[in-house]
Design a protein around this ligand. Structure first.
Ligand code: NAP
Length: 272
């Protein structure tokens, strides 16, 4: 496993996303991932699977401290006390007394950023989380969160794949020592049959999924959390550290497209 170091913190480059994983499928996927060497797991209050994620981590043959665990506060919790209460509930479901990273899942236009960030900071001060961050915040929202947080914002978790390369936000994150965590790196499956990724895969003897994930993590300041419930795919998604795309190939792969980005989100919402 390779790591991205940000604010002197080492974050595994590849983690496991768990959106739309439920019950024993989720427990088995997290257990398999840890067994294969994953040390970074991403969940959220909204995924309804914190209990299964926690059980898999507890039953794993590695210590809790070895796993970088993220959860996210659902934005309907918008007051300080509601946020703190929800974090205690998350920790009870996860069966742990801390997470490594606590994010606010989405900006909430009717919540006061100052109150939200102060709740996350208090959760950190109380030892409920090691680090804090945000998700789905654009550059202005991220700046405002940074201004209102007592502690540094470790990451902004956003959609990031060849059709949504987030160039401006990534430039800002790099310049300000903020990690960009790439979600839906495979465009929720939309990158798997891409012609350019398939052609490059043939060159490197890799699958289109591997070329996509390599492209994602070859960006400085970026880690990613692909989701898979298949042992073969989980294994494949880790096997991306033995080849390097050229600068020209990196440019070729990035093709911003609102339609493909929208389709990725649409597939995610439909669960297909
Ligand atoms: P994704 O990781 O881009 O794609 C997942 C899809 O790709 C699944 O259908 C999976 O199927 C398939 N897949 C994975 N590896 C593969 C491989 N090697 N070959 C072929 N197919 C492969 O999509 P995502 O779930 O939307 O995003 C990943 C994670 O990001 C989520 O699980 C979640 O943790 C996070 N996320 C966060 C937000 C947010 O608002 N913060 C939003 C969306 C997602 P199999 O299971 O069959 O392998």
């Amino acid at each position: 496993m390779e790591y991205e170091t940000i604010q002197d913190i080492d974050v595994p480059k590849i983690g496991l996303g768990t959106w739309r994983m439920e019950g024993s499928t989720c427990r088995n996927a997290v257990a398999t991932a840890i067994d294969l060497g994953y040390r970074h797991i991403d969940t959220a209050q909204a995924y309804g699977n914190e209990r299964q994620v926690g059980q898999a981590i507890e039953n794993a043959a590695v210590d809790r401290e070895e796993v970088f665990l993220t959860t996210k506060v659902w934005p309907m919790h918008r007051t300080h006390d509601a946020i703190i209460d929800s974090v205690h509930e998350s920790l009870a479901r996860l069966g742990t007394n801390y997470v490594d990273l606590l994010l606010i899942h989405w900006p909430n236009p009717i919540a006061a950023t100052r109150e939200v960030m102060s709740a996350l900071s208090d959760a950190q001060n109380d030892g409920l989380t090691r680090h804090i961050g945000v998700s789905n915040f654009d550059e202005e929202q991220l700046k405002s969160a940074q201004k209102d947080a007592e502690a540094p914002v470790l990451t902004d978790q956003v959609q990031f794949h060849p059709y949504n390369p987030q160039r401006e936000l990534l430039d800002y994150c790099r310049a300000n020592d903020v990690l960009l965590t790439a979600y839906s790196p495979l465009a929720h499956g939309g990158a798997l049959h891409d012609q350019i990724l398939t052609t490059l895969g043939k060159k490197y003897d890799k699958t289109p999924a591997q070329v996509t994930l390599r492209w994602v993590i070859q960006h400085d300041g970026v880690v990613t959390i692909p989701k898979s419930t298949s042992r073969a795919h989980l294994e494949e998604n880790l096997d991306i550290f033995d080849f390097e795309l050229t600068e020209t190939e990196m440019e070729l792969i990035a093709r911003p497209s609102r339609i493909r980005t929208g389709m990725s989100m649409f597939r995610g919402r439909l669960g297909v």
